[in-house]
Write a protein that binds this ligand. Structure first.
Ligand SMILES: NC(=O)c1ccc[n+]([C@@H]2O[C@H](COP(=O)([O-])OP(=O)(O)OC[C@H]3O[C@@H](n4cnc5c(N)ncnc54)[C@H](OP(=O)(O)O)[C@@H]3O)[C@@H](O)[C@H]2O)c1
Length: 237
């Protein structure tokens, strides 16, 4: 297949870790489709990266919870770019908070979290897989969290967020198993506790939080699949 400039789609690219993933991919000469719920914000951030990075950056509206928005965004990408080499499932919300307990669930927040972090990501994967499988090349990166780890969790806090990301990890494993041997590599990454609107008190800069997702997005054909990484090292499920 042609190795002309690779095309990467990133969700939630308007701020935080997603914006930094877009920047690092554009630095590596990728053509990045920076998507965001607000299409004007997507365009604005894309223009600013496009002006400063060697790659190309285009903006596009995409709300992962809205099935029509997802279908139409990926149709737009296929029509205008003809390929999807990399897909980064970055969009995410954390709305249940440390006081939320699994024994007293607020199912409004639980549903909202699952709709975005798990079903939104899954819906987008279903859009990109046929194209990647047909072309025999693809890198799918799911932004998970150390809080998703069954092995490492001893806390009762934020159950909706944790469960959504553990589900995303299982999506990673099952999709990777389905796509074994097709050239499509599917992995999950924890960016670590990173300073963004989601975690304003964190010390880790977005440049570091985005490093492992970008590493997974740019893996060689011999790279791992169906794995979970933090700082480029395997993380316990
Ligand atoms: N920061 C951390 O410490 C940390 C740790 C572990 C994992 N993560 C994960 O890393 C990813 C990025 O987090 P972040 O820290 O950069 O968070 P953030 O600053 O809050 O950014 C979240 C991004 O997701 C977007 N988003 C939310 N709902 C969406 C939807 N329905 N459709 C499309 N986009 C949507 C937001 O768009 P709007 O601007 O429109 O709201 C925003 O661009 C998330 O998946 C998060 O769970 C973060």
């Amino acid at each position: 297949m042609s190795t002309a400039r690779r095309l990467a789609v990133v969700t939630g690219g308007n701020r935080g870790i997603g914006l930094e993933i877009c920047r690092q991919l554009a630095e590596r000469d990728y053509h990045v489709v920076l998507t965001a719920r607000d299409p004007d914000r997507a365009d604005e951030q894309a223009r600013s990266l496009d002006a400063t990075c060697p790659g190309e950056v285009s903006g596009l509206g995409l709300d992962v919870v809205d099935a029509e928005s997802v279908v139409s965004a990926f149709r737009h990408v296929r029509t205008h770019h003809g390929r999807i080499d990399v897909f980064v499932n970055n969009a995410g919300i954390a709305v249940d908070g440390p006081e939320h307990r699994p024994s007293a669930p607020d199912f409004t927040r639980v549903r909202r979290t699952l709709e975005t972090n798990l079903l939104g990501a899954w819906r987008c994967c279903a859009e990109v897989v046929p194209e990647m499988r047909a072309r025999g090349y693809g890198r799918i990166v799911n932004l998970s969290s150390t809080m998703a780890s069954l092995d490492l969790t001893g806390s009762a806090s934020s159950p909706a967020y944790r469960i959504s990301k553990t589900g995303l990890n299982m999506l990673t494993r099952t999709l990777a198993a389905e796509l074994e041997g097709t050239g499509v590599l599917v992995n999950a990454a924890s960016p670590g506790y990173t300073r963004t609107d989601m975690s304003p008190d964190a010390e880790r800069p977005v440049e570091v939080g985005a490093d492992t997702p970008v590493w997974l997005a740019t893996l060689p054909d011999t790279g791992p699949t169906g794995q979970f990484f933090f700082d480029r090292q395997p993380l316990a499920w």
